[in-house]
Design a protein around this ligand. Sequence first.
Ligand code: M6R
Length: 600
Amino acid sequence: MCGIIGYVGETEEHDALDVLLEGLSGLEYRGYDSAGIALANGSIAVRKKEGELSALESALEGEALAGDAVGIGHTRWSTHGPPSDRNAHPHTDADGRVAVVHNGIIENYQPLREELADGGVTFESDTDTEVVPHLIAAFLEAGLDREDAFRRAIGRLEGSYAIAAVFEGEETIYAARNESPLVLGLGDDGHYLASDVPAFIRYTDRVIYVDDGEFATLTPETVTVTDADGRVVETTVETIEWDAEDAGKSGYDHYMLKEIHEQPSALRECLRGRVNELERSITLEELPALEWEGPVQFVACGTSYHAAMFGAGLLESRGVPARPYLASEYTAAERPVGPDSLVVAVTQSGETADTMRALREANAAGATTVGVTNVVGSSAAREADHVLYIRAGPEIGVAATKSFASQQAALTMLACALSETDAGDVVRALRDVPDGIQTVLDTSTAREVAEAYEDADAYFFIGRGPQYPVALEGALKLKEITYKHAEGFAAGELKHGPLALVTDNTPVFAVVVGDGERARKTVGNVKEVEARGAPVVAVTDGQTDIERYADHVLEVPAGDELAGAILANVQLQLVSYWVAHRLDRSIDKPRNLAKSVTVE
Ligand code: M6R
């Protein structure tokens, strides 16, 4: 999704152009198809290019743009109009007095565009954003000063936005937020704003999160946050606990591989202070004793939805009715949600538009809400009644990896807390998981499996119980980074239709952990596909005889189904990574996808 960056400061310390380009590079992970910058010390200079950031950098070579102290930048993920130079941000008014970058969607842009066109404005792009500089210019012409013109223009917008604007010849950035992320950075030699902290973490770890409906004004010396009426808002300065190196690749070819390998430490961090081995108990200090009626409702998208399925299944297995919903399918009007409900929003970024809408609807219905998220200060963290951090650290690769494992662990602990059941079994299962993942990472033969099946027509993943969401997640990971067809099924459903798809060129990955009834039944399903000639890859801890029917085995340390679901997923992540690697895909930034999906 689009990313914005802004900087205003001392040129002796940082050149705005350098800060903006580095900032845009720190936002690349969000996914984008064009990039641009505007510098504003004197007259506004805008440069923007379709394609990767390198295209913009090449276009800037030889340009005498150094020496500016104020500017804004943008990575665009197209929503209105195709990727192109002219649709890239920043956008300006006709006279180039103001330049604007925007993340979000302006829902009433069409009537605004018609109104402005009737007043003589000619539009240069297809974007919704371009109405903003023209509105600001109209208010300037009506005699308002710059800040008032900006505020009045923002007041005309409906929809979601994080917007930043610079005016010619002024060392100030004006910004506003509604339902799109916006964070301010307080440096010693200037001030920053961005969609996300990695854009400026190398310069400062002191941040202020801007809330919906608030405005921010940044100068080299001051940062002021105000409400819609212009009253100064008291803000909290928070300190980010990770640094630029944490957000870098640390020698790995891809963020995805680095983040897969970070899972042992991410899991330890997630469990730290929450799992008490001596007392065999789990304590989530951030959550008070909660009361609710009816099933616990989980809302989430994509990988986080698979984690929510996993969490809901576990909760039910501990006697508490629970139901996972795809956030995009969840509307409070059609769901049994009210003041007695408990709604858990699972979201790595804490900014996913579908999940945030569902969370907001649950809040509005009076439900008690819990945000399970990775990003401190994110919208989910701030808007839910309670927040449970998964503590996975920054995840830059578009494919969710370590955040899924940490969500599984956090939701396992949440299930214990909500069900108030004896946590002995869960403590036993979770305490060995970080070392178990390390064993998987050290011994995995996923690379050979990827080599064997890189040319497959399609890939199927099956599992039962806790392994069913893992099968879905395995398929999602493979399709998103390899662009190959992959599907996950509940193992028992194969014979109700999908078995017709099985051929000798469609490997079936079967997740079989433990020696319980579910594992034994999945072995039965494996026999069915094996009998029809499909290659079988068993992801297993070897407690059943599945290896007899498998062409390849990806081993996980023996344990219970719960731990096995976290460990098996790591093997599937590695298979996806190595297939994508062999196919030379854009692993960290798959086509058409964005890390943080901030539009519905
Ligand atoms: O930030 P969120 O967890 O809310 O993101 C939800 C999905 O967009 C996300 O999990 C997506 O499916 C993954 N990037 C896929 O790997």
